[in-house]
Design a protein around this ligand. Structure first.
Ligand SMILES: NC(=O)C1=CN([C@@H]2O[C@H](COP(=O)(O)OP(=O)(O)OC[C@H]3O[C@@H](n4cnc5c(N)ncnc54)[C@H](OP(=O)(O)O)[C@@H]3O)[C@@H](O)[C@H]2O)C=CC1
Ligand SMILES: Cc1cn([C@H]2C[C@H](O)[C@@H](COP(=O)(O)OP(=O)(O)O[C@H]3O[C@@H](C)C(=O)[C@@H](O)[C@H]3O)O2)c(=O)[nH]c1=O
Length: 310
């Protein structure tokens, strides 16, 4: 029988810690979804908010990567206020273009994998069939252009980087998405205007995270389109979700996108498909899975007593 000595007992303590997956933009919708999914899949992560890792600051990026020694970096950080970006363009380019390029350079130097996210808004909507990875971006707004330039700059400094184009998030895990807005309006019997002339690919965030992780682990590279199957106008999406929630869909008020008078132009068509395999389920199947959870959260929130000043 081997008698353990102090070296044996402390040996484990000296084993190198498991290298984590580093996630930027920790407090955002996608960042928090990565933390949830990685916990479910048993993937060790370190999730950093802007204060711990500002992707636009090379020193902050270097310090964070040196401190945590990750096996890979997932960049979920970004500027997503599409309309505000038209005037706030310096910050939009800083956070969507400069930041990802800085992180890509740091990953390339260490030869560790890098995943970042782009958008369907890199396209101009003039195609009559689903956009695939080899279609040429031609963005209509500042946000879309910041993403196009990020794709160019990230892949120029790190050709093995993985860039996932996606669109129109929906998820039961946070309320900052269009489907939540629509269901909450329906629950409160409030009119909800929705564009009925813009076709998009809604994306179920848990699927996006799982498929992105699978591509990263498989060491895939370049541009990949990840969105759920099925193309909808925003109004169709609102009515489909409402119907699945057994709500009367008449609260959805169809409008042309132009009638919204939004500061940023949107492509009238930005449906995404992939030349590299469509791996995600249908929007309908995923909506059916999460609408009841969303309605549960909405009705709980609306029943919470409203705190009144004493
Ligand atoms: N939402 C959608 O429908 C879609 C999103 N995408 C892309 O997915 C990614 C994530 O989007 P989403 O989760 O919705 O966005 P969120 O706005 O929910 O999260 C983005 C996070 O990035 C952080 N951030 C911004 N700038 C920096 C910085 N310089 N350093 C570190 N963190 C920073 C923000 O922090 P703070 O709160 O401090 O600003 C925020 O927490 C983005 O790249 C977006 O373009 C693509 C297609 C569709
Ligand atoms: C389009 C639309 C939006 N809205 C509301 C929802 C939201 O509060 C606001 C703006 O909508 P959205 O921001 O979802 O629309 P938009 O900015 O086009 O959404 C985009 O986000 C960026 C980050 C992307 O990358 C795109 O893929 C897409 O998801 O207007 C409606 O009420 N009805 C509508 O028909």
């Amino acid at each position: 029988m081997k008698v353990l000595d102090m070296n044996d007992l402390t040996a484990d303590l000296q084993k190198p810690a498991v290298q984590p997956l580093l996630i930027t933009g920790a407090h955002g919708t996608l960042g928090r979804a990565f933390q949830r999914v990685c916990a479910i899949r048993g993937i060790e992560t370190v999730s950093l908010g802007r204060e711990e890792m500002d992707i636009t600051d090379p020193i902050s990026v270097e310090k964070a990567i040196a401190q945590h020694n990750p096996w890979a970096v997932v960049n979920t950080a970004g500027y997503v206020r599409v309309d505000e970006a038209e005037a706030d363009f310096e910050r939009c380019y800083r956070e969507n273009t400069t930041g990802p390029a800085i992180v890509a350079a740091a990953c390339a130097y260490r030869e560790i994998p890098f995943l970042t996210f782009s958008s369907d808004l890199v396209f101009d909507g003039n195609k009559s069939a689903a956009y695939v990875e080899t279609d040429t971006p031609s963005p209509l707004n500042v946000y879309g252009n910041s993403k196009r330039l990020a794709e160019r700059d990230v892949l120029a400094c790190m050709p093995n980087a993985l860039v996932v184009r996606t669109s129109a998030f929906f998820s039961p895990w946070d309320e900052y998405n269009f489907v939540y807005f629509a269901l909450r309006a329906g629950h409160h019997k409030q009119a909800f205007e929705a564009a009925d002339d813009v076709l998009i690919s809604p994306t179920y965030v848990p699927d996006l995270v799982n498929e992105s992780l699978n591509l990263l682990i498989d060491e895939e590279k370049g541009v990949w389109h990840l969105a759920n199957q099925g193309s909808y106008t925003w109004a169709d999406l609102a009515r489909l979700a409402a119907d699945m929630a057994n709500l009367d869909t008449s609260f959805v008020v169809p409008r042309s996108m132009q009638a919204f008078g939004l500061a940023a132009a949107r492509p009238m068509y930005s449906v995404l498909s992939s030349e590299q395999g469509n791996m995600m389920s249908s929007v309908e199947e995923r909506l059916g899975r999460c609408v009841s959870e969303m309605m549960h959260n909405i009705s709980n929130l609306s029943e919470e007593p409203i705190a009144v000043a004493s």
